[in-house]
Ligand binder design. Structure first.
Ligand code: SF4
Length: 403
């Protein structure tokens, strides 16, 4: 969405946040209504960052992503959320969110990471790519960070995930690359209470920040938006190679990786490109990394392109399987075969899905095929969860006293 990139619609909430300069629990109300409520401290308007370099001409360069924005005093980068303030670059959206929602983990999409569990999802504003097909442009292209309605410290998010029974927290709706300091702090707070962290991202990031972000993630779904430099240049205003570098880095790390490619008719769906892409995928990422082919729907600046026919997804899946990939899925369409995990050992259907609903689950608690004993690649921890396809908005952040 974008973030895989942003295949999930954002949850917009009314601005209800009241900040206090006095953080911590506070007793409010009277008599039996007396309760302790958390009052959230105001997020800093300018959170200090480290990935920047002063230039000889007086500008300051942001080093987070390959854009390397060079900023004069008061200017913001292309992502809009990192800005020059004095002699440094600051993050202007630390602690601020466009909304929280409990989702099925399959919606990220992650099919091999704690199947059936729920994930507390959120995003902020802005993006460092400019995809013409963005399905979440209301947030990713937002220039109104004042509309970020929910606010929460990393610890409050981790606590909320526990309260909601979520196995993980996901940085999604927009790309965590641009708010990596906040994402990293939330991930660490989650780990302290036994909750895992998930990044949904386009992977357009430089090496140092890449390690800072992904070394704290337990799983990631990274977009591979196409397999030509021309596509990245014309359609996303980015470059292909940094994304390939991120994919290889994450595949070699402890972070569980799944990859999503949105297939856009006439842009990135030729047999030749899909063959080259999945051949590279098998050689550089490995045949056990799941690949999701997802259907495009006209949006944002690509309203003149038709939706992806289901047959295109099936064709892409066949090419990927032919090139050796073991776990290839289709998304954004109803396709029972394309939603099923097949055992690479004996071919048995071990997990059957209908959209985000698990219809049949036949794996052992540690992720082995019960028929032949083959280990299915992924992160498995006991029986599958039973969250199902539900989507539940959650309001975090400061609350008005007396409400
Ligand atoms: S993260 Fe934002 S400010 Fe930094 S280089 Fe990328 S687009 Fe520019």
């Amino acid at each position: 969405m974008g973030v895989a990139t942003a295949s999930d619609p954002p949850v917009r909430r009314p601005a209800k946040v009241r900040f206090s300069a006095d953080p911590g629990p506070r007793t409010i109300g009277k008599g039996r209504d007396r309760v302790q409520r958390e009052v959230v401290s105001a997020p800093p308007a300018a959170f200090p960052t480290t990935w920047w370099t002063p230039l000889a001409d007086g500008r300051v360069q942001c080093d987070v992503c390959p854009r390397l924005c060079k900023l004069h005093e008061g200017q913001r980068g292309l992502c809009f959320v990192r800005a020059r303030e004095g002699e440094r670059i600051v993050l202007t959206t630390y602690g601020r969110s466009s909304g929280f929602c409990v989702d099925p983990i399959e919606k990220k999409p992650l099919n091999h990471f704690l199947p059936g569990t729920s994930v507390l999802s959120f995003g902020t504003a802005g993006c460092n790519l400019a995809c013409k097909f963005c399905q979440n442009w209301g947030i990713s292209k937002s220039r109104e960070t004042d509309t970020l309605a929910d606010s929460a410290t990393p610890e409050a998010i981790a606590r909320a995930a526990v309260e909601q029974g979520c196995a993980s927290v996901a940085f999604t709706y927009n790309d965590p690359v641009i708010f990596l300091e906040y994402a990293a702090d939330v991930a660490e707070a989650c780990h302290a209470v036994g909750v895992r962290a998930v990044a949904v991202t386009a992977g357009y990031i430089n090496p140092g920040p890449r390690e800072q972000l992904f070394s704290r993630m337990d799983a990631a779904n990274i977009d591979l938006k196409g397999f030509t430099e021309d596509f990245y240049h014309r359609v996303t205003a980015g470059h292909l190679q940094p994304v390939l570098d991120t994919l290889e880095w994450v595949a070699a790390s402890k972070c569980w990786l799944e990859v999503t490619t949105l297939l856009i008719p006439g842009y990135n769906d030729s047999d030749e490109e899909l063959d080259r892409m999945t051949t590279w995928f098998a050689e550089h990422l490995g045949v056990d990394v799941p690949l999701h082919f997802s259907a495009f729907h006209p949006d944002y600046k690509m309203l003149d392109v038709p939706p992806t026919p289901p047959a295109t997804l099936t064709r892409a899946r066949r090419i990927a399987l032919r090139n050796g990939l073991r776990y290839v899925y289709t998304g954004n369409v109803r396709d029972l075969e394309g939603g099923t995990t097949f055992c690479p050992g004996c071919g048995a259907a071990v997990v059957e899905r209908d959209w985000y609903q698990i219809r049949a689950y036949r794996l052992t608690d540690d992720g082995h095929c019960p028929a032949c004993g083959t280990a299915i690649a992924g992160v498995f921890d006991g029986p599958a969860g039973d969250w199902g396809p539900r989507r539940r908005p959650v309001h975090l952040g400061g609350r008005e006293e007396g409400t």
